[in-house]
Design a protein around this ligand. Structure first.
Ligand SMILES: NC(=O)c1ccc[n+]([C@@H]2O[C@H](COP(=O)([O-])OP(=O)(O)OC[C@H]3O[C@@H](n4cnc5c(N)ncnc54)[C@H](O)[C@@H]3O)[C@@H](O)[C@H]2O)c1
Ligand SMILES: [Zn+2]
Length: 465
C-alpha cells in the first residue's frame, strides 16, 4: 500500500536513513510503504559509469588504448552496415597501426534478439579474446557486452543474468574482459551503462541484463562518427535521449524504491531518481530541445550533432543510475510484437520498430498519466524542453508536457501513433501482457500502475496528433 507523505524542508540528506525527496520549492513529496520499518528502507544511491573520452577524431586512439591494456587478441564487433563506413574503418586502421591482433564479428543484428546474442556469444566463446572493441549503435554495444559477459563465464546460461522475472537476475561475480565502446549513434547512452537489451523471442518482448559489471571500460564519444548517421536514425535515437532524460527525472525517488539491499553489491543499477542523475538529465533535455531538429535535418551541422552526442551520453549517465519507467516498459512489447513495420534508414532484412520510436510513441500518454504523482517535475521537464511554464498549474502539468512532446515529435516527423506502426485496439491485450513482466522498469514509475492503466495509455497512443 503506497501513501503520500509531506516532509519538512531539511529532511533530505544524501545517504540519510529517512524517506523523503526535496522538490525545488522545498516541499518534500514521498511515497512510503505503510507497515515497513523505515530503518529497512533504501537510504542511499550510488553512481557508476564508464570512463568516457569525448572529442572529434578520438576513435583513432583505440589501437593505442588496446595496446596499453596489453591486449593480444581483440574481438571487434559491429554490424553489416557499419563495417563499410568510416567509424569502423578508422578503428581498424588504428588497430593495425598499433599492431593489435584482432578478429571481426560484423553480423550483429539491428535490434538484437536472444538468438542473435547467442550467435555473438558463441563467436566469442570460440575465440580466446582478451579484450573487446564495439563500434556501433546500441545494438552493437549491447551485443558486445553480452558476448563478453558469457564468454568470460562459458558455463552460464543466457537467462542466468537476465532481469527477473524473465531471467534469474544472478549477480555477476566473475571478472569480464576490458571492453571499449565506440558509439556511432546519439541515443542509447549504452557506452556509459551496464545495460544490454535484447528481444526475447519466446516472450515477443524485450528484456535485458543490468549489471555494473558489464559497463564498458571506456566509452568513446567521437562526433566524427555521426557524420554518416542517417536522418531517421538521428531522429529516433534523439528521441530515445529525450525519453531517457524525462523518465529518469520523473522516476520514483531512490529512497522510495523499497527495502534497501542486504548487501551493497545487490543495489540495482536502476535506483530511482536521485540528485546526481537529475543534473545530467536536465542538461540532456536542454540540449535535445536546442539541437535535435538541426541534427536530424542537416548532417553537416557539426555543432548540433556533436551536442546531441554529448546529450545522449549525459542522459546515459543519468538514467544508467536512476532508470527509466513506463515509456520503456511499454516499448519492449511494441518492438517485440512488430508485424510488418520497417523504417527507412534501418536494416531492411527484417521488420522492426526502432527503439527510439518505440519509446517516444507512448510518451504523451505516459507523462499525462504520471504527472499527478510529481507535477513539479513534469513542469520542470517541460521548461527544460523550452516550454513557457510560468502560468502552468500543477493540475495541467501532464497535458502541457504531452502537448509539447507532440510538437517535438511532429517537428521530426514521428509517425502518428501505434496505428501507424501497424497496431490496432485488438493488439492492446498482448501489448499489456508484454509490459507486465517488465518489473525492473515499470516499478520505477512515480506512481503504481495497474493493468488497466497500461491498456488506457496504449489506447491513447493509437493516434497522437
Ligand atoms: N544499453 C542501454 O543502456 C540501451 C539503452 C537504450 C536502448 N538500447 C538498445 O539499443 C538498440 C538501439 O540502438 P541505436 O538506437 O543506437 O541504433 P542501432 O544500433 O540499432 O542502429 C540503427 C541503425 O543505424 C545504423 N547506424 C548506426 N550508426 C550509424 C552511423 N554512424 N552511420 C550510419 N549508420 C549508422 C546501424 O547500422 C543500424 O542499421 C536497441 O536494441 C535498444 O533496445 C540499449
Ligand atoms: Zn532507450
Amino acid at each position: 500500500m503506497i501513501s503520500l507523505k509531506i516532509w519538512p524542508r531539511n529532511s533530505l540528506l544524501f545517504g540519510q536513513r529517512i524517506l523523503g525527496n526535496l522538490t525545488q520549492n522545498g516541499t518534500c513529496l514521498s511515497y512510503s510503504s505503510t507497515g515497513s520499518n523505515s530503518q529497512d528502507m533504501e537510504y542511499a544511491f550510488e553512481m557508476a559509469c564508464s570512463n568516457i573520452r569525448y572529442g572529434p577524431g578520438v576513435t583513432k586512439e583505440v589501437g593505442m588504448d588496446l595496446q596499453n591494456l596489453g591486449a593480444k587478441k581483440v574481438c571487434l564487433m559491429t554490424d553489416k552496415n557499419l563495417i563499410k563506413l568510416p567509424p569502423v574503418k578508422v578503428a581498424i586502421e588504428s588497430l593495425e597501426r598499433h599492431k593489435v591482433n584482432y578478429k571481426i564479428y560484423d553480423t550483429v543484428r539491428v535490434e538484437p534478439t536472444d538468438q542473435s546474442f547467442k550467435d555473438a556469444i558463441n563467436f566469442a566463446k570460440a575465440n580466446d579474446f582478451d579484450a573487446y572493441l564495439a563500434v556501433g549503435g546500441g545494438s552493437v554495444l549491447d551485443t558486445c557486452k553480452a558476448a563478453n559477459l558469457y564468454a568470460s563465464n562459458p558455463k552460464a546460461d543466457l537467462l542466468d543474468y537476465v532481469n527477473a522475472p524473465v531471467g534469474k537476475a544472478l549477480p555477476v561475480t566473475h571478472t569480464v574482459k576490458p571492453l571499449i565502446a565506440v558509439t556511432t549513434t546519439a541515443g542509447t547512452g549504452s557506452e556509459t551503462t551496464g545495460v544490454a537489451i535484447f528481444d526475447y523471442l519466446p516472450l515477443k518482448a524485450k528484456t535485458g541484463i543490468a549489471s555494473r559489471a558489464i559497463k564498458p571500460t571506456l566509452g568513446i564519444v567521437d562526433p566524427d562518427n555521426l557524420r554518416t548517421m542517417p536522418e531517421r536514425v538521428t531522429a529516433y535515437s534523439g528521441l530515445d535521449v529525450l525519453c531517457h532524460a524525462i523518465e529518469s527525472y520523473t522516476a520514483i525517488p531512490y529512497q522510495n524504491r523499497g527495502l534497501r539491499p542486504a548487501n551493497p553489491n545487490l543495489r540495482p543499477a536502476y535506483q530511482g531518481s536521485n540528485p546526481i542523475s537529475d543534473i545530467w538529465c536536465r542538461h540532456a533535455l536542454q540540449m535535445t530541445s536546442k539541437y535535435l531538429k538541426r541534427a536530424v535535418y542537416d548532417s553537416n551541422d557539426t555543432e548540433a550533432r556533436s551536442a546531441m552526442h554529448l546529450a545522449s551520453c549525459y542522459a546515459g549517465v543519468g538514467f544508467g543510475n536512476s532508470g527509466v519507467h513506463l515509456c520503456h516498459g511499454m516499448s519492449y512489447p511494441i518492438s517485440g510484437l512488430v508485424k510488418s513495420f520497417r523504417s527507412k534508414d534501418y536494416s531492411d532484412d527484417h521488420p522492426l520498430v526502432p527503439h527510439g520510436l518505440s519509446v517516444i510513441i507512448t510518451a504523451p500518454a505516459v507523462f499525462n498519466f504520471t504527472a499527478s504523482a510529481c507535477p513539479e517535475r513534469h513542469i520542470e521537464a517541460a521548461q527544460m524542453l523550452g516550454g513557457d511554464t510560468r502560468k502552468i498549474k500543477n493540475a495541467d502539468a501532464g497535458k502541457y508536457l504531452g502537448d509539447l512532446l507532440r510538437k517535438i515529435m511532429l517537428d521530426v516527423e514521428i509517425p502518428d501513433g501505434l496505428k501507424a506502426l501497424g497496431y490496432t485496439s485488438r493488439d492492446v491485450p498482448s501489448l499489456v501482457k508484454g509490459t507486465l513482466p517488465q518489473h525492473r522498469v515499470i516499478k520505477l514509475a512515480p506512481k503504481p500502475t495497474k493493468e488497466e492503466d497500461f491498456a488506457d495509455m496504449l489506447e491513447k497512443s493509437m493516434k497522437i496528433y
